[in-house]
Design a protein around this ligand. Structure first.
Ligand SMILES: CC(C)(COP(=O)(O)OP(=O)(O)OC[C@H]1O[C@@H](n2cnc3c(N)ncnc32)[C@H](O)[C@@H]1OP(=O)(O)O)[C@@H](O)C(=O)NCCC(=O)NCCS
Length: 133
Protein backbone atom coordinates (compact mmCIF):
# COMPACT_ATOMS: atom_id res chain seq x y z
CA UNK A 1 0.00 0.00 0.00
CA UNK A 2 2.76 2.45 0.88
CA UNK A 3 4.08 2.43 -2.67
CA UNK A 4 0.84 1.87 -4.61
CA UNK A 5 -1.81 4.30 -3.35
CA UNK A 6 -1.86 7.86 -4.71
CA UNK A 7 -0.40 10.49 -2.38
CA UNK A 8 -1.06 13.71 -4.31
CA UNK A 9 2.66 14.00 -4.95
CA UNK A 10 3.61 13.87 -1.26
CA UNK A 11 6.75 11.90 -0.44
CA UNK A 12 6.39 8.45 1.14
CA UNK A 13 8.81 5.73 2.15
CA UNK A 14 8.25 2.04 1.56
CA UNK A 15 6.69 0.29 4.55
CA UNK A 16 7.53 -3.42 4.19
CA UNK A 17 5.22 -6.20 5.46
CA UNK A 18 5.98 -9.87 6.03
CA UNK A 19 4.05 -12.82 7.46
CA UNK A 20 5.24 -12.11 11.01
CA UNK A 21 4.06 -8.50 10.90
CA UNK A 22 0.67 -9.49 9.47
CA UNK A 23 0.14 -12.05 12.26
CA UNK A 24 1.24 -9.59 14.94
CA UNK A 25 -1.17 -6.96 13.61
CA UNK A 26 -4.05 -9.48 13.64
CA UNK A 27 -3.22 -10.36 17.25
CA UNK A 28 -3.04 -6.68 18.26
CA UNK A 29 -6.43 -6.04 16.69
CA UNK A 30 -7.99 -8.97 18.50
CA UNK A 31 -6.42 -7.94 21.79
CA UNK A 32 -7.91 -4.46 21.38
CA UNK A 33 -11.38 -5.97 20.95
CA UNK A 34 -11.61 -5.25 17.24
CA UNK A 35 -11.81 -7.93 14.55
CA UNK A 36 -10.36 -7.78 11.04
CA UNK A 37 -12.53 -9.10 8.23
CA UNK A 38 -10.29 -9.89 5.27
CA UNK A 39 -11.10 -10.99 1.74
CA UNK A 40 -8.26 -12.01 -0.57
CA UNK A 41 -8.36 -13.18 -4.19
CA UNK A 42 -6.06 -15.97 -5.33
CA UNK A 43 -4.96 -16.46 -8.91
CA UNK A 44 -5.71 -20.17 -9.53
CA UNK A 45 -2.94 -20.63 -12.09
CA UNK A 46 -0.12 -19.47 -9.79
CA UNK A 47 -1.58 -19.68 -6.29
CA UNK A 48 -0.54 -16.06 -5.80
CA UNK A 49 -2.72 -13.66 -3.82
CA UNK A 50 -3.43 -10.74 -6.16
CA UNK A 51 -6.02 -8.70 -4.27
CA UNK A 52 -6.85 -7.94 -0.67
CA UNK A 53 -9.28 -5.82 1.31
CA UNK A 54 -9.87 -5.41 5.04
CA UNK A 55 -12.64 -4.14 7.31
CA UNK A 56 -11.94 -3.44 10.96
CA UNK A 57 -14.98 -4.33 13.08
CA UNK A 58 -15.83 -2.71 16.40
CA UNK A 59 -15.82 -4.93 19.46
CA UNK A 60 -19.32 -3.87 20.54
CA UNK A 61 -22.74 -3.92 18.82
CA UNK A 62 -23.70 -0.67 17.13
CA UNK A 63 -20.11 0.53 16.75
CA UNK A 64 -18.64 1.97 13.58
CA UNK A 65 -16.70 -0.28 11.21
CA UNK A 66 -13.72 0.99 9.22
CA UNK A 67 -12.95 0.01 5.64
CA UNK A 68 -9.16 -0.26 5.68
CA UNK A 69 -6.67 -1.14 2.93
CA UNK A 70 -7.72 -2.38 -0.50
CA UNK A 71 -5.03 -3.44 -2.93
CA UNK A 72 -5.06 -5.11 -6.34
CA UNK A 73 -1.60 -5.92 -7.65
CA UNK A 74 -0.44 -4.08 -10.78
CA UNK A 75 -1.16 -6.26 -13.80
CA UNK A 76 -4.50 -7.38 -12.34
CA UNK A 77 -6.20 -3.99 -12.18
CA UNK A 78 -9.19 -2.97 -14.27
CA UNK A 79 -10.84 -6.42 -14.09
CA UNK A 80 -13.24 -5.57 -11.27
CA UNK A 81 -11.22 -7.48 -8.65
CA UNK A 82 -11.27 -4.42 -6.38
CA UNK A 83 -15.05 -4.22 -6.55
CA UNK A 84 -15.44 -7.99 -6.15
CA UNK A 85 -13.23 -8.16 -3.05
CA UNK A 86 -14.87 -5.16 -1.36
CA UNK A 87 -18.42 -6.36 -2.09
CA UNK A 88 -17.62 -9.88 -0.81
CA UNK A 89 -16.10 -8.47 2.38
CA UNK A 90 -19.07 -6.16 3.00
CA UNK A 91 -21.39 -9.18 2.76
CA UNK A 92 -19.69 -10.58 5.86
CA UNK A 93 -20.82 -7.57 7.89
CA UNK A 94 -23.93 -8.04 9.95
CA UNK A 95 -26.06 -5.83 12.17
CA UNK A 96 -23.11 -5.62 14.57
CA UNK A 97 -21.85 -2.62 12.58
CA UNK A 98 -24.65 -0.62 10.94
CA UNK A 99 -22.22 2.11 9.84
CA UNK A 100 -18.91 2.00 7.98
CA UNK A 101 -16.49 4.76 7.04
CA UNK A 102 -13.39 4.98 4.89
CA UNK A 103 -10.85 7.50 3.55
CA UNK A 104 -9.88 8.07 -0.09
CA UNK A 105 -7.44 10.30 -1.89
CA UNK A 106 -9.39 12.71 -4.07
CA UNK A 107 -7.32 11.73 -7.14
CA UNK A 108 -7.95 7.98 -6.67
CA UNK A 109 -10.76 7.74 -9.25
CA UNK A 110 -10.77 3.89 -9.43
CA UNK A 111 -11.30 3.62 -5.67
CA UNK A 112 -13.84 6.45 -5.57
CA UNK A 113 -15.82 4.78 -8.41
CA UNK A 114 -15.99 1.53 -6.45
CA UNK A 115 -17.04 3.24 -3.23
CA UNK A 116 -19.67 5.40 -4.90
CA UNK A 117 -21.15 2.30 -6.59
CA UNK A 118 -21.23 0.51 -3.22
CA UNK A 119 -23.23 3.38 -1.70
CA UNK A 120 -20.60 5.34 0.25
CA UNK A 121 -21.35 9.06 0.51
CA UNK A 122 -18.89 11.88 1.31
CA UNK A 123 -19.10 12.92 4.96
CA UNK A 124 -16.08 15.21 5.28
CA UNK A 125 -12.75 16.25 3.85
CA UNK A 126 -9.28 16.46 5.36
CA UNK A 127 -6.09 18.02 4.03
CA UNK A 128 -2.42 17.18 4.40
CA UNK A 129 0.58 19.49 4.23
CA UNK A 130 4.18 18.53 3.61
CA UNK A 131 7.30 20.48 4.54
CA UNK A 132 10.58 19.08 3.28
CA UNK A 133 13.42 19.52 5.80
C1 LIG B 1 -8.03 1.05 -6.32
C2 LIG B 1 -7.87 -0.38 -6.79
C3 LIG B 1 -8.01 -1.32 -5.58
C4 LIG B 1 -8.99 -0.70 -7.80
O1 LIG B 1 -8.94 -2.07 -8.15
P1 LIG B 1 -9.37 -2.59 -9.60
O2 LIG B 1 -9.62 -4.05 -9.51
O3 LIG B 1 -8.39 -2.13 -10.63
O4 LIG B 1 -10.73 -1.78 -9.82
P2 LIG B 1 -11.98 -2.21 -10.68
O5 LIG B 1 -11.54 -3.04 -11.87
O6 LIG B 1 -13.01 -2.82 -9.77
O7 LIG B 1 -12.45 -0.82 -11.27
C5 LIG B 1 -13.12 0.14 -10.44
C6 LIG B 1 -13.41 1.36 -11.24
O8 LIG B 1 -12.20 2.07 -11.54
C7 LIG B 1 -12.03 2.18 -12.95
N1 LIG B 1 -10.60 2.01 -13.21
C8 LIG B 1 -9.85 0.91 -13.05
N2 LIG B 1 -8.56 1.17 -13.36
C9 LIG B 1 -8.51 2.47 -13.72
C10 LIG B 1 -7.48 3.32 -14.13
N3 LIG B 1 -6.20 2.90 -14.23
N4 LIG B 1 -7.78 4.61 -14.40
C11 LIG B 1 -9.03 5.05 -14.28
N5 LIG B 1 -10.07 4.28 -13.89
C12 LIG B 1 -9.81 3.00 -13.62
C13 LIG B 1 -12.87 1.08 -13.54
O9 LIG B 1 -13.27 1.40 -14.86
C14 LIG B 1 -14.06 1.06 -12.59
O10 LIG B 1 -14.93 2.16 -12.83
P3 LIG B 1 -16.37 1.93 -13.45
O11 LIG B 1 -17.10 1.04 -12.48
O12 LIG B 1 -16.94 3.31 -13.50
O13 LIG B 1 -16.13 1.30 -14.77
C15 LIG B 1 -6.49 -0.62 -7.50
O14 LIG B 1 -6.36 0.34 -8.53
C16 LIG B 1 -5.31 -0.50 -6.56
O15 LIG B 1 -4.90 -1.48 -5.92
N6 LIG B 1 -4.71 0.70 -6.44
C17 LIG B 1 -3.55 0.94 -5.59
C18 LIG B 1 -3.90 0.88 -4.10
C19 LIG B 1 -4.98 1.87 -3.74
O16 LIG B 1 -5.01 3.00 -4.20
N7 LIG B 1 -5.86 1.41 -2.84
C20 LIG B 1 -6.95 2.21 -2.33
C21 LIG B 1 -6.47 3.13 -1.25
S1 LIG B 1 -7.86 3.88 -0.47
Amino acid sequence: MSTEEPTAGMQTTEDPWDEHRVRRRDQDQEASGRLLLTTAIEECRTGRLVALTEISLPGHPGGVAAQEDTLVLPGHRGHRLGMLAKAANLQQLDAQAPQIYTFNAEENRPMLSINEALGYRAAGYEGAWEKLL
